[in-house]
Design a binder for this molecule. Structure first.
Ligand code: ADP
Length: 231
């Protein structure tokens, strides 16, 4: 029997109601991503990339259509279950890092474990291991303001990895970085993919798309092209 795909979307639409008008951000997206694929989703601003990522990350629900995450029909899961699923199965990396400025890098990385009720000592140990994975263990006690942008994004990746998610979703992960730091982040994401995670990056940067085995182009809320899908 074949394993469930990591991601399956069928006929997904997303409409935003704004006052009396509606924005149709996704218009019937069908997509399958196999476990362990490394995928970029590219498209111009306003094409629906972030909306798609929010649905894949269970941060928002489709207006119509269905989503299965690792074989689980997301529409059958209630809000608490969805929060749990998100915490356990998905890691997020954002353009703006989204680290809490008053916490140390180790404390930031440990936050997803705190939400899951992992005891303090184990939290610290796993946060350090995750920081080690991104070569930042020596910065564990620093605060985000005391490290470079590239280091902040590495810490954010460590936070995304701390629960050992099967799916890593990244939204313009190099958008706030210079090209050297951007390459460092991409190398890290490639390593995470090589370790077996499914990695999906949303970007408008063609140089990122050129590095992923599978490249999806989205335009006006629909998939326009899809190259290099796993057989
Ligand atoms: P991208 O990430 O490719 O720039 P988005 O998914 O952010 O595209 O946006 C797709 C469309 O949906 C755009 O027209 C955008 O203005 C609209 N949109 C996105 N989020 C919202 C929202 N929360 N409320 C209303 N419209 C939205």
């Amino acid at each position: 029997m074949r394993a469930d795909p990591a991601i399956r979307l069928s006929g997904v639409h997303k409409r935003y109601e704004v006052g009396t008008s509606a924005v149709h951000a996704l218009r019937g997206v069908d997509l399958e991503v196999a476990s362990g694929e490394y995928v970029s989703v590219m498209g111009p601003s306003g094409s629906g990339k972030s909306t798609l990522l929010e649905i894949l990350g269970c941060l928002s629900r489709p207006s119509a259509g269905r989503y299965w995450l690792d074989g689980v029909a997301v529409d059958s899961v209630d809000a608490d279950g969805l929060a749990r699923l998100r915490g356990e199965a998905i890691g997020f990396v954002f353009q703006a890092f989204n680290l809490l400025p008053r916490l140390t890098l180790a404390e930031n990385v440990a936050l997803p474990l705190l939400y899951r009720g992992v005891p303090r000592a184990a939290r610290h140990e796993r946060a350090l291991a995750a920081l080690e994975r991104v070569s930042l263990a020596q910065r564990a006690a620093h605060r985000p303001g005391e490290v470079s942008g590239g280091e902040r994004q590495r810490a954010a990746i460590a936070r995304a990895l701390v629960n050992r998610p099967k799916l890593l979703l990244a939204d313009e992960p190099t958008g706030n970085l210079d090209s050297a730091h951007g390459r460092e982040i991409l190398a890290l994401l490639e390593g995470i993919h090589a370790d077996g995670a499914t990695v999906l990056i949303v970007t408008h940067d063609a140089s990122i798309g050129a590095r992923t085995p599978r490249r999806i182009a989205i335009r006006d809320g629909a998939i326009e092209a899809d190259h290099g899908a796993a057989a």
